[in-house]
Design a protein around this ligand. Structure first.
Ligand SMILES: NC(=O)c1ccc[n+]([C@@H]2O[C@H](COP(=O)([O-])OP(=O)(O)OC[C@H]3O[C@@H](n4cnc5c(N)ncnc54)[C@H](O)[C@@H]3O)[C@@H](O)[C@H]2O)c1
Length: 271
């Protein structure tokens, strides 16, 4: 027989909360969906495709998880999904701005600093404008309820420049560079976080950033080796190693925290 919830369970409980995870179909988004659902939240996945993959479909059989086809750069698509969500479950109280895009490292050359202009514009549109639109559409509804937690996903590259040496590989001729757009977009997310945190503080909405280090996802062995040698903890992150921070930031465990940047990067930015 289940007893009373413990202090710890109450502190981190998300029972009765509605959460939106953008990009919830991706490698890390799917992790966050699982963690939020396990803590008792009703979770809405906003991703380009409305159809879940097998793992998320299975999760939705035992937890309250719904899927919406949403392009975060399209305000109308965000409004439509959020209207449907609100009618079904009520206003969202948690928003994880996780959806983002990136382009692979490119051979060094005159144009490689920013990649092509179209890549630059696309990255900024999804990673910054998309996050801004989600905050506007969903934050407005949180404001009416006078309660909410927004978590904006950033990256070590929003704080420091990439160490370009890790992108060279034995099979590659010449130097490869990670273009500037991704880091610029993630730095933008950090300042949008601070702006909104102060702007919304008196409306009960907390806004924090979570800056992540690289996650192992079957990358080329030479890259994994280069990355691990450069990281103080000597390895890449596992895909489930950010779930604890998500639960902390989403729940009352972080009730006095806003405008902050929680860095989880195996020590990458410590030297
Ligand atoms: N994986 C890493 O090593 C790492 C490191 C640091 C930060 N991050 C950040 O973590 C987040 C998730 O990364 P990931 O590796 O899981 O990415 P991923 O590519 O696996 O997933 C991203 C998801 O976003 C969705 N998406 C893209 N554009 C969209 C749009 N316009 N509208 C709606 N959905 C859209 C994609 O369909 C995909 O499901 C990103 O913000 C990323 O920048 C990742």
């Amino acid at each position: 027989m289940a007893g009373e919830p413990s202090y710890l369970e109450k502190l981190f409980s998300l029972k009765g909360r509605v959460a939106v995870v953008t990009g919830g179909m991706g490698q890390l988004g799917a992790q966050y969906v699982g963690a939020l659902a396990a803590a008792g939240a009703q979770v809405a996945v906003y991703d380009l495709q409305g159809k879940p993959n097998a793992a998320l479909k299975k999760l939705a059989q035992s937890h309250e998880v719904r899927f919406f086809a949403v392009d975060i750069t399209d305000r109308r698509s965000l409004e439509k999904a959020t209207d449907e969500l609100e009618a079904a479950w009520g206003a969202p109280g948690i928003l994880i701005n996780n959806a983002a895009i990136d382009f692979p490292p490119q051979p060094a050359g005159e144009k490689s600093v920013a990649g092509s202009l179209s890549q630059w514009e696309r990255v900024l549109k999804v990673n910054v404008t998309g996050v801004f639109l989600c905050c506007q559409v969903i934050g407005e509804r949180m404001g009416k309820a006078r309660s909410g937690s927004i978590i904006n996903i950033s990256s070590t590259y929003g704080m420091v420049s990439p160490d370009q040496r890790i992108y060279s590989a034995p099979g590659r001729t010449g130097q490869f560079l990670k273009p500037a757009a991704y880091g610029v977009s993630k730095a933008g997310v950090l300042n949008l976080t601070r702006y909104l945190a102060t702007y919304w503080a008196d409306r009960g909405i907390r806004v924090n950033a979570l800056s992540l280090g690289g996650v192992y996802n079957h990358q080329e062995p030479s890259f994994v080796k280069n990355y691990s040698q450069r990281a103080p903890m000597g390895r890449m992150a596992r895909e489930d190693e950010y779930n604890g921070a998500i639960l902390f930031l989403a729940s009352d465990a972080s009730s006095y925290m806003t405008g902050a940047n929680l860095v989880i990067d195996g020590g990458w930015t410590a030297w």
